[in-house]
Design a protein around this ligand. Structure first.
Ligand code: DGI
Ligand code: FE
Ligand code: FE
Length: 203
């Protein structure tokens, strides 16, 4: 991806997003680029996925639903009840159709940025994490520790974010998407297996 293409996409986001969302978009793109440097992921891919991750966020619920219906994108029961959840799915569709992104890792990073999924690539993890820790985010608990951990251990950071998100959703009585819990369980089990292997004397 040429830097002129990235500038074009940045300007497009400035047009389709309100000011606060655009500031968040820039924060995610640059935070993702920093994490890409740390974890040796392509910096251009991180910037592109960061810029586009919320490209469908400012569409109305009706528009998100009608785009899904028009293009045969399935809507789950929980998405129908919480159409805001659809912005990742619709965003990954628009990234392909409207912004002509062909790199499937970038598309998956957009698609999975809200709930995560088991077995994420490093780029997917980076966008998921950058979305939560970018400098403009202020309200989440434990941000200081999560930001520090992001530059030490990506899987541990996923667990911290997913744990806090699940707790927040439960507390607020907001229905939980099955994938959010599945992702949390997957990374908790993965950590358990890794710790089991590292334990002294374990065989
Ligand atoms: O689009 P952003 O606000 O930048 O961030 P995001 O795409 O991660 O969306 C954040 C919102 O998504 C936040 O309010 C929590 C919510 N969310 C995450 N997992 C779930 C969820 N909402 C529901 N209903 N169920 C989930 O499992
Ligand atoms: Fe989002
Ligand atoms: Fe976001």
């Amino acid at each position: 991806m040429k830097s002129s293409d990235l500038s074009k996409i940045r300007r497009a986001m400035e047009k389709v997003q309100d000011r606060k969302r655009y500031e968040h978009t820039l924060g995610v793109a640059y935070t993702a680029a920093s994490l890409a440097m740390r974890y040796q992921v392509d910096i251009g891919d991180a910037l592109l996925a960061g810029l586009l991750h919320d490209c469908a966020k400012c569409l109305s619920d009706e528009k998100k639903i009608s785009l899904c219906e028009k293009h045969n994108i399935p809507i789950s029961e929980i998405e129908r009840r919480n159409p805001a959840l659809l912005h990742s799915k619709v965003g990954s569709f628009l990234a392909m159709e409207q912004y002509k992104v062909t790199n499937m890792d970038v598309i998956n990073a957009i698609l999975n940025h809200t709930t995560g999924r088991p077995g994420m690539s490093d780029l997917e993890k980076i966008i998921f994490v950058a979305d939560y820790i970018e400098p403009g985010r202020r309200q989440a608990p434990n941000l200081t520790a999560i930001r520090r951990t992001a530059f030490l251990d990506l899987d541990e950071t996923l667990l911290m974010i997913l744990g806090d998100t699940l707790a927040y959703l439960k507390e607020s009585d907001i229905p939980i998407d099955r994938m959010t819990r599945k992702t949390y369980d997957y990374y908790r089990e993965k950590r358990g297996e890794e710790q089991g292997k590292e334990a002294p004397g374990a065989d």
